[in-house]
Design a protein around this ligand. Structure first.
Ligand code: ADE
Length: 250
C-alpha cells in the first residue's frame, strides 16, 4: 500500500486527523477540501465525506481519480443494531450492504443491480491490522480519551465487533425502524449513511477499503447523549488513536 485516503464523516474527526499531519496542504475539488500530507512518514490525503451515500461516493471517486490513493480508510460513528453493540464500542466493517436498496421484483431486495450481489467486502488483510489497532486502543480507553470522558460516557470495557455494517440515506432514530432492520438483516451490527457507497466505488476501481465506526447511539428513540460532545470527546479520539496505531505498522 502506498498513498492512503482517509475519509472522515465528521468535522471533529477530520480536525483530529489534520493535527497529526504536520505538512498538510489543501486542494479544492468538487466543492470539497482535500488535505494532502504525511502521517508516520506515509503519504495521506484526508477529506470530509459529508453525509449520505452520494456525498460519500463523490468523495471516494475524487480521492481515487484526482489524488490517486492506493487504499481508502473510512472513520465515523454509527448506530448500534445487534445485541451487545453498545455506545462506545467500535465496529470494524468486514462487509457493507445498502439497507435501502430495493429494485425488486427485477432484482432481489438489497442486491445492487448488475453487480449480482448485495454485500461488498472490505479488504481482509488491512481489516485484520485495523482490528488489531482498534483492540489496542480500546484495551485502555482512558489513555485515548482521559478519565473524565470515560466517566461521562460510562465507557465500561468497550469492545471491538467485526462484521456487516448497513448503510442507507436515513438517520435511524426510532425503535420501530431499528427493530425492522434487525429483523430483515439480523447479522447487521450497526447502521450508518456512507460506508456501502464507498465500498461499491472501491469495488469498481479494485481498490482496498477498510472502515471503522464508533457506536454513538443505539438507533432507537431513547434520549441519547449529546451527539456533538460524543464525537468531540470520544469518537474523534478513538479514530485518531486507531489510525495512528494502524498507520504506524502498515
Ligand atoms: N450515524 C450515527 N448514528 C446513526 C444512526 N442512528 N443512523 C444512521 N447513521 C448514524
Amino acid at each position: 500500500t502506498g498513498r492512503i485516503g482517509i475519509i472522515a464523516a465528521m468535522r471533529d474527526e477530520l480536525s483530529a486527523v489534520l493535527n497529526r499531519m504536520p505538512d498538510e496542504h489543501k486542494t479544492r475539488v468538487a466543492g470539497r477540501s482535500f488535505w494532502r500530507g504525511h502521517w508516520h512518514g506515509r503519504e495521506v490525503v484526508a477529506v470530509l465525506s459529508r453525509i449520505g451515500k452520494v456525498a460519500a461516493a463523490t468523495t471516494a471517486t475524487a480521492l481515487i481519480e484526482r489524488f490517486e490513493v492506493d487504499a481508502i480508510v473510512f472513520t465515523g460513528v454509527a448506530g448500534g443494531l445487534a445485541d451487545g453493540v453498545n455506545v462506545g464500542d467500535v465496529v470494524l466493517a468486514r462487509s457493507f450492504l445498502q439497507h435501502d436498496m430495493n429494485a425488486s421484483p427485477l432484482f432481489a431486495q438489497h442486491e445492487v443491480p448488475l453487480y449480482g450481489k448485495a454485500r461488498f467486502e472490505t479488504d481482509a488483510a488491512l481489516s485484520d491490522t485495523l482490528a488489531t489497532a482498534a483492540r489496542k486502543v480500546l484495551a485502555d480507553p482512558q489513555a485515548a480519551l482521559g478519565a473524565a470522558a470515560v466517566a461521562e460516557f460510562g465507557l465500561q470495557a468497550p469492545r471491538v465487533h467485526e462484521g456487516l455494517i448497513l448503510s442507507g440515506d436515513r438517520f435511524v432514530a426510532t425503535s420501530a425502524e431499528s427493530g425492522a432492520l434487525r429483523q430483515r438483516l439480523p447479522d447487521g451490527l450497526a447502521v450508518e449513511m456512507e460506508g456501502a457507497a464507498v465500498a461499491q466505488v472501491c469495488h469498481d476501481y479494485g481498490l482496498p477499503f477498510v472502515a471503522m465506526r464508533t457506536i454513538s447511539d443505539r438507533a432507537d428513540d431513547a434520549a441519547h447523549m449529546d451527539f456533538t460532545r460524543f464525537v468531540e470527546q470520544v469518537a474523534s479520539h478513538y479514530s485518531v488513536a486507531m489510525l495512528d496505531a494502524w498507520l504506524a505498522q502498515l
